[in-house]
Design a binder for this molecule. Structure first.
Ligand code: PNW
Length: 501
């Protein structure tokens, strides 16, 4: 009798545990056949500041992230920084071995501007930095791995911040000179370029709320200036590549945008569209829509609020006809970083402070408690969101070529990372479903190759397929269960069960 009661209690507790973890909701139905097209490219992604370490080696100059973490360690959860990180600068061979073991088709990494031009400017050109990336690119190609290069993943040369960074339009020509050097030095071998990673994070948090480097707190003003200058720098870089390098180098050039998918509990498409225009559309509309320029909805909102604040013109800078035309069509593909979705609902109260992007947007964002949550509190598993986002892009932007440039899951760093396997399984399935639905998706990059410096969260939230032995100077890479799983995906080009071993 007693043992029956105990068994019932155990079953009840386990049942409860199941429903609160939400693992059973981190799934999606499969549509169509289970095989990826032969030319679909699988890879992994990293970024320079998060993995390289060697922050001042071989002539590298300081970036805004070096300055921020050194001057404000209290801003980082474990007071850490990227000074050493996974030390990929000294141990690229370990990364290469992991990439080979995974059998990836491509590797997405970023170049640190401060290794190429230590103070941001062409006059400070640093040959050793160029040599380092030449060696990375050559080793990848020798092993049949295609390099996919991000030119800017948040690590602005500190010197350029003295001029206001992305709030100053001078950034456009500075970035162009940097881009010119990259095309000149590496463009004979690099055929896939990404100008910027996640302008939303750069502008909204770097120059709006000021919650990350360079800590500029100018909500509703600095953020919009940043978006505008960044879009100009992107567009001008695309035009430079097409006019000066394309004929010889024949590469593709795009931009990576991060986006949630907005879900409406009441099927309110107006709310969903508002959410999508403020997250994805802010950058995608100027580049990928037929009409160009900022999304009309945003232009209207910000102008209305600006006038109500007593201003004579909108806080959202005007893209004149010259820039509108230059930016429109300035990408061969759209890079998408998708992690999570949110419920969205137009707020009846005024959101955020005045002025701010939150006030202009005025949407309440919430999560479903049923969605499995990662170590990162903002990250919930909702694979239908990725499918929904890809469908939105297909219909809104004329079925542009999409590269999924990041998608991943954080935890404490355990080697048997069941939830990361579930997350990859369901999200890779979402990509395949979208392909069956006619989306033009050519590649998928898992974030991330190795555990690394997770910005304000330091090393407390781990995204790697490989763990890094941070205590050893050798920084050994140790594969997690998800690495074995992903290798199986790549080998079979299908979506194996999570209990594949
Ligand atoms: C990306 N969000 O940033 C970055 O490109 C990576 O460098 C980073 O390590 C990775 O995602 C994981 O955070 C994001 O709040 C940060 O929705 C936050 C969000 C999305 C992307």
């Amino acid at each position: 009798m007693c043992s029956i009661v105990i068994i019932l209690v155990v079953i009840a507790v386990l049942g409860h545990f199941q429903s609160v973890t939400g693992a059973e909701n981190c799934t999606i139905h499969a549509k169509g056949n289970s095989k990826f097209p032969d030319n679909f490219s699988f890879g992994v992604a990293t970024s320079a500041y998060q993995i390289e370490g060697a922050w001042n080696a071989d002539g590298k100059g300081p970036s805004i992230w070096d300055e921020y973490t050194h001057k404000h360690p209290d801003r980082i959860k474990d007071k850490s920084n990227g000074d050493i990180a996974a030390e990929s600068y000294h141990h690229f061979d370990l990364d290469l071995k992991a990439l080979k073991d995974l059998k990836v088709d491509h590797y997405r990494f970023s170049i640190a501007w401060t290794r190429i031009f230590p103070n941001g400017c062409v006059s400070s050109r640093n040959q050793k930095g160029i040599d380092y990336y030449n060696s990375v690119i050559n080793k990848l190609l020798e092993n049949g791995i295609e390099p996919m290069v991000t030119m800017y993943h948040w690590d602005l040369p500190a010197e350029l911040q003295k001029f206001g960074g992305f709030t100053n339009s001078l950034i456009v020509e500075q970035f162009l000179m940097y881009a010119d050097e990259l095309f000149e030095s590496f463009g004979d071998r690099v055929k896939t370029w990404i100008t910027f990673n996640e302008p939303n994070q750069v502008c909204k948090f770097g120059y709006g709320t000021g919650s990350v480097a360079p800590m500029v707190e100018l909500p509703g003003v600095g953020d919009y200036l940043c978006y505008t200058n960044l879009l100009k720098a992107h567009g001008a870089t695309y035009r430079l590549y097409r006019s000066k390098f394309f004929e010889k180098q024949q590469g593709k050039i795009g931009i990576t945008l991060d986006s949630i998918y907005g879900v409406s509990k009441t099927n309110n498409n107006v709310d969903v569209d508002r959410a999508m225009q403020y997250t994805l559309g802010l950058l995608a509309h100027p580049i990928f829509s037929k009409s160009g320029g900022f999304p009309p909805l945003l232009v209207k909102d910000v102008q209305k609020n600006s006038f109500a604040e007593g201003r004579k013109k909108s806080r959202l800078p005007n893209l004149d006809e010259y820039w509108k035309a230059l930016i429109r069509g300035s990408a061969d593909f759209l890079g998408i970083n998708y992690y999570t979705s949110k419920y969205v609902k137009r707020s009846t109260d005024l959101m955020g402070e005045s002025p701010s992007m939150a006030r202009d947007y005025n949407v309440e964002e919430t999560f479903d408690p049923k969605w499995l949550v990662a170590k990162s509190e903002w990250l919930h598993c909702y694979p239908e969101g990725l499918e929904g986002l890809l469908k939105f892009i297909r219909d809104e932007y004329d079925n542009v070529e999409v590269k999924i440039t990041e998608n991943g899951w954080s935890d404490e760093g355990e080697l048997v990372d069941e939830n990361r396997v579930l997350y990859f399984k369901s999200h890779i399935q979402a990509v395949l479903n979208a392909i069956h639905d006619g989306s033009n998706i050519s590649s998928y990059s898992a974030w991330s190759l190795v555990d690394n410096f997770e910005w304000n969260k330091g090393y407390t939230e781990k995204f790697g397929l490989y763990s890094v032995n941070m205590k050893s100077h050798k920084k050994e890479r140790i594969p997690k269960k998800s690495a074995h799983y992903y290798r199986k995906v790549i080998e079979t080009r299908t979506i194996p069960n999570e209990d594949f071993v």
